[in-house]
Structure formats: structure tokens, C-alpha cells
Design a protein around this ligand. Structure first.
Ligand SMILES: [Zn+2]
Length: 339
């Protein structure tokens, strides 16, 4: 047989040896109102189905536990791809799972256990909810380390800007500081959070998780209890967050000692986090640093490609990273704000 010499073919061969781990959050089949889901965190069901069909036709989709075994044995050829979901949104069960079943695509779901079976909303979703529902024309926010900031809230564009800026600053605060600033914003905005988290913000129940866990296509991993960014916590608090999720999940069918760091950029976890992973016998962990996987990667810091479907006109400039199928020659760059 003739050796493959063309650039294109060589690149293709190289890429077949670089597995991709995709990171999703939600899949939705309900229309949005206002600025709900403006950053495309929950992608439309028909788009997700197309993506999964593409994966089935062009890749070898495997579970993360399968990929880690292959990484350990040095066998990662075959155009491997892993579908992962973070956080545990209800639509993972009601919308994404049926599509995965229909197409026979396995997926690994990372769960923040403090939200399972409850009515709580993630704080990032609370920010979006508050700025979407307020009737006040502006909010004065005291952000430590920043000047007092007055957010105009007259247009959708204003509201999106307020969400992005608030999330950016609150992500770098301690949980207590963040709760206090968020409570102040909510008071000024005069918005009550709903007793039950609405779609697409609602999370799965334990019954739904156990039902999914009986499917061999599905496995679960940890994603802390409260979705705290671990680098913001003391080592003791990090341990509570990681171990708490492990304890809550260890009786669940198809739970594996896999982990995904909340927010997931390299500044969002630290040496204490990595030490915990080893101590608690996690076998593999994923970040949200954009990239493909290579044989010599640290199994506790595997890069992922975050998938979003972004059709909000105010966010078009950031859309390039989310096109699908991916440009396999290029690692997409995702703004931190979009997580
Ligand atoms: Zn998350």
C-alpha cells in the first residue's frame, strides 16, 4: 500500500489519534423568553440530534471511563469522542437521554449533588433569572474590587451585559461574599425566585438519575455538592464539596470515580484539588480548558470542547467556537463568561 503523503490525509490520521471530549450542559425543546439561555448553554433538541448523528457516523463515541482505560493502555486510535454533560439539568433526562438512546451514543454526566431532587437554581441561573424578570430600569451593584456599577436594564442587550459582568465578578468571590452581593441585587431588582426552578434551570431528581443509571449507555461522575469553584475554597471546604458529592452518588447505578471541576478553567482548581482527587481514588477528571486529548495528558486535567448553540444576536461574535462539526485542526476558544 502506498504511504499517505498528502497534508490533508496526514492531518486526518493525526487527528484520529486525538480523542475529543465534548462538554454539554443542557438540551432544550422549549422556546425561550427574554434573555433566558442567551449564551446557548442549553442547545436545541434538533441541533443536538444532528450532532449526535454526526458523531455516530464519523467518530467512535465512548464513555469517559472507556477513554481513560484506553489512555492508560496507550490505545487511543479510532477517532474516539466522548459526550459529557455538566451540572445535572432536568432536560438531560427528559430531552438529551432519549436522543442518546435513539442514536446509541453513550454519555457521561457530571452531577452537582446539592441540586438533585431539589428546587434550587444554580446561582449563575439566578443571575440570569433576576435580570430577565426585573421591572426596574437599573440596578446599582457594589462589586468589591470594582467601582460601584450601575447596570442599565432597559433593553435585552443591557440585561445580557449585566448578567455577563455580574457573573464574571461573582465567580471570583468567596461563597459568602457572593451570596451577599446576589441578595442585594435581588432586593434592588425586586424579583422573587420561584419556589420551583423553571425550565431550563430545573435539575434532575434521584429517581430520574437512577432510571438513567440502569442504561449501559450512561455513567455518572461528581461535580461537587454546591457547584462551588474549588479554587475559591479552603482545602477543608474543597474536601467537603468533593467528598459530599462522592458520598451522595456512591449508591447510584453507573456512578464511576470520575470528576469534572466546576467552571473548569485552570484557575478554577488548584494543587489541593488535585491532591483530593488522588486521595479519594478518583481515576480521571476533566477540565473546561479547551483542547483535544493526547496520550501524555494528565488524566486529572483532561481538556474538553464546550459545545453551545448560540443564536442570540447579541452574542454572535462568540459563535465561531461552537460550529459543528468541529474544525479538527483548531481548538476552539471559549470566553470564560460563557460557562
Ligand atoms: Zn458545572
Amino acid at each position: 500500500m502506498m504511504p499517505i503523503t498528502s497534508n490533508k490525509a496526514t492531518n486526518y490520521r493525526l487527528n484520529r489519534e486525538h480523542p475529543v471530549i465534548l462538554a454539554y450542559h443542557g438540551v432544550t425543546d422549549t422556546p425561550t423568553n427574554g434573555i433566558v439561555n442567551f449564551a446557548g448553554k442549553h442547545i436545541k433538541a434538533d441541533v443536538f440530534r444532528e450532532q449526535m448523528a454526526y458523531i455516530k457516523a464519523h467518530h467512535t463515541p465512548v464513555l469517559l471511563s472507556d477513554l481513560q482505560d484506553r489512555l492508560r493502555s496507550g490505545k487511543i486510535q479510532g477517532n474516539l469522542i466522548v459526550v459529557t454533560f455538566d451540572d445535572g439539568y432536568e432536560n438531560n433526562f427528559s430531552v438529551a437521554w432519549p436522543i442518546l438512546q435513539e442514536l446509541g451514543v453513550p454519555a457521561t454526566f457530571f452531577l452537582s449533588t446539592g441540586f438533585i431532587g431539589g428546587q434550587r437554581m444554580f446561582w449563575v441561573d439566578q443571575v440570569e433569572y433576576i435580570f430577565n424578570h426585573t421591572d426596574v430600569p437599573s440596578v446599582q451593584v457594589d462589586l468589591p474590587g470594582h467601582d460601584n456599577h450601575c447596570f442599565e436594564l432597559r433593553s435585552q442587550r443591557d440585561r445580557i451585559h449585566a448578567v455577563i459582568m455580574t457573573k464574571r465578578v461573582l465567580k471570583r468571590m468567596s461563597p459568602d461574599e457572593r451570596r451577599s452581593v446576589l441578595a442585594d441585587i435581588r432586593r434592588q431588582a425586586a424579583v422573587d425566585l420561584p419556589a420551583d426552578a423553571p425550565q431550563p434551570y430545573a435539575c434532575m431528581s434521584w429517581n430520574q438519575i437512577n432510571e438513567m443509571g440502569a442504561d449501559p449507555l450512561i455513567e455518572f461522575g461528581g461535580h461537587t455538592v454546591n457547584h462551588e469553584i474549588l479554587a475559591n475554597l479552603t482545602p477543608e471546604d474543597q474536601r467537603d464539596e468533593v467528598l459530599g458529592a462522592h458520598e451522595a452518588l456512591k449508591g447510584v447505578n453507573s456512578y464511576r470515580n470520575l470528576f469534572a471541576y466546576p467552571n473548569g478553567r485552570s484557575i478554577d482548581y488548584n494543587a489541593a484539588t488535585l491532591q483530593l482527587m488522588h486521595e479519594l481514588d478518583y481515576t480521571c477528571a476533566t477540565s473546561a480548558e479547551p483542547g483535544f486529548v493526547d496520550l501524555d495528558d494528565d488524566l486529572y486535567q483532561l481538556s474538553r470542547v464546550i459545545v453551545r448553540a448560540n443564536d442570540n444576536p447579541h452574542m454572535r461574535n462568540t459563535h465561531a467556537a461552537h460550529t459543528f462539526p468541529f474544525d479538527m485542526e483548531r481548538v476552539p476558544v471559549i470566553e470564560e463568561d460563557q460557562q
